[in-house]
Design a binder for this molecule. Sequence first.
Ligand code: ADP
Length: 398
Amino acid sequence: MTGSDVKRVGVIGGGQLAWMMGAAAKKLGLHLIVQTPYRDDPAVGIADDVVLAQVEDASATAQLAQQCDVITFENEFVDLAGLGAIASQGVVFAPSLRAIAPILDKFDQRSFYQSIHVPTPRFQAITSVSELDASFGFPVVLKARRHGYDGYGTFVCKTQAELEAVLQKPGQSWLVEAFVPFERELAVMAARGRFPQGKCAAPLARTLHESHEIALYPVVESQQEQQVCRRVYALNEFSESVTEQVGAIARQILTALDYVGVLGIELFLTTDGHVLVNEIAPRVHNSGHYTLDACATSQFEQHLRAVAGLPLGSTALTCAGAVMVNLLGFETAESDYAALRQQLAAIPQAQVYWYGKSESRPGRKLGHVTVRLQPGQGRAEAEAIAHQVEAIWYGESD
Ligand code: ADP
């Protein structure tokens, strides 16, 4: 029993994030129906039903809605206006369309942070180099305002010529940001419930935002290479000041958006100990995969709990810490890499997740490995484990 009126959850997107919701949905007694364009997408196998359509196809989402009590997102590249028409007919989205509206465009995102006084890098929307405020200097970071992911659409430009070259790319609106010489990149998964605390089965009445249940996961370090997340360390290693800054930012964003569900927040930690928001994702997130093995409630279960109107679960670590390493494609091939996966699975305390994608391409997220740390293990051991995983997966030269 779910303890709420929600039994059927529609998910827009059918990739690995939706796939990893499968086990949690079963546990909570929820049916998952996914909207995804490809029959061989990871989540198709775990879904109770599938609407085969592009994620931005709002008419397909209208069909999805007929089979669901609530609709959520594993992919935010949606047609917001099209979904708005469906919402006006009474379809419930969690998070709401109002909550995701400022997130879809990176310029809107930065403007939103500014409006609620959350620290974020300085930014400017531009269409040509001549518009760039000279006080930015170089390098700057140029970003496509929409549809960027895994570094696609993000360019660090060291000179005006480099900036000019990228701006030539047609069909894109751009945002320039100050380059942040961060010390580390942080992430936190933040969850907010659907109803005010203590009223989980209440009708969908509009309520005081602040009283909704909020649960924050530990602050983690996310390490990127070529703008793609390679590994995440969950080691509870940050100072009280950093943890408090991250917590305050997370609560402020969740509350300002009247957000329901799990939100992935990526941040920069500067050398002088300040925290700035890089970006947020209105869904479960790669930097929270470690929660599957290392926390009392996984981010996937937490998200479903929130959107279904159930009480949130504990976010506590259940081990000394964890390291998560992404298994990125390193060639174009049709292999399931069974032998490599077997070697990875033999690492003590390792859990290997393989997304079952039929084709490998360089940089494509094919799976991940999480290793739980034992008491007494810390940073040095976690780094050695990450190295071991990557040496197996990419070869010793990596
Ligand atoms: P995506 O949406 O493709 O993940 P991000 O905006 O998160 O793009 O950028 C990807 C990576 O690029 C970040 O994780 C970070 O390493 C780097 N990056 C992004 N913005 C900045 C910035 N303003 N200063 C320095 N590095 C940045």
